[in-house]
Design a binder for this molecule. Structure first.
Ligand code: GTP
Length: 210
């Protein structure tokens, strides 16, 4: 049976796949995302940035796979960033940055881009590849000052692209989205289904015992 390898440390991506019937084999890539972005240059299109980051993550774990997994596997790498005011934003990391971002984006909208790369692996070699990004327009609500401070205090916004979640505390502050919710959380299931199809895999082959 083909093993789905998730090349990500993201707990959210793991949860999305588990709820969708797949128990992935997780290998964290450790890719230096800043270095990849720098190599792409300042004029790289946002969709290319997130897709190349996803490809770098998927490629990086190929050599880390145990032989029994690498015999028959499909590796998925992802990268999510928020495109707003013409700039790509990753994780804010500090409360001050997250606060400044929320004060700027509340009441407005941005596009959450998630790049995906799927590598089909047989006997340790890549025999197929498909990649694409998904774009979801996110309409931000207007949290009160107290609510925003409490949200920052939770620590959640610092650890996620765009300083918000759809499926966590951030959900109180997202008015609506236009697009696929799973890709906002970090891995777009309908897009991954299409990418898996391009390398000859049907999603139900990956579902565990029901
Ligand atoms: N739960 C949740 N997480 C989100 C949401 N939006 C973005 N994220 C997370 O924000 C993180 C974006 O950073 P990335 O660099 O793509 O991924 P990472 O967490 O660093 O993990 P790697 O794939 O190992 O790089 C991911 O973990 C996403 O799952 C959301 O709406 N909900």
């Amino acid at each position: 049976m083909t093993t789905l390898v998730l090349a990500s440390a993201s707990p959210a991506r793991l949860t999305v796949l588990r709820k969708a019937g797949v128990e992935p084999f997780v290998v964290v890539s450790g890719v230096d995302e800043d270095a990849v972005q720098e190599a792409l240059g300042p004029s790289a299109a946002p969709s290319r940035v997130v897709t190349e980051l996803a490809r770098a993550k998927a490629t990086a774990v190929l050599t880390e796979l145990p032989a029994d997994v690498a015999a028959d596997a499909v590796i998925i790498g992802c990268d999510s960033m928020l495109l707003i005011d013409g700039t790509l934003q990753g994780k804010p990391h500090t409360a001050d940055i997250a606060r400044a971002r929320w004060r700027s984006m509340m009441g407005r909208s941005g596009t959450l881009l998630t790049g995906h790369c799927v590598l089909r692996v047989r006997d340790g070699a890549t025999v197929g590849e498909s990649s694409a990004d998904s774009a979801t327009v996110v309409h931000f609500g207007t949290p009160s000052g107290d609510d925003l401070e409490a949200y920052l205090e939770s620590g959640e916004p610092m650890q996620v692209a765009g300083a918000f979640t759809l499926d966590g505390l951030g959900g109180w502050f997202i008015d609506r989205i236009e697009g696929d919710p799973s890709s906002v959380i970090g891995i777009g299931l309908p897009l991954v289904r299409r990418l898996l199809g391009e390398v000859g895999i049907g999603v139900s082959e990956l579902w565990g015992p029901r």
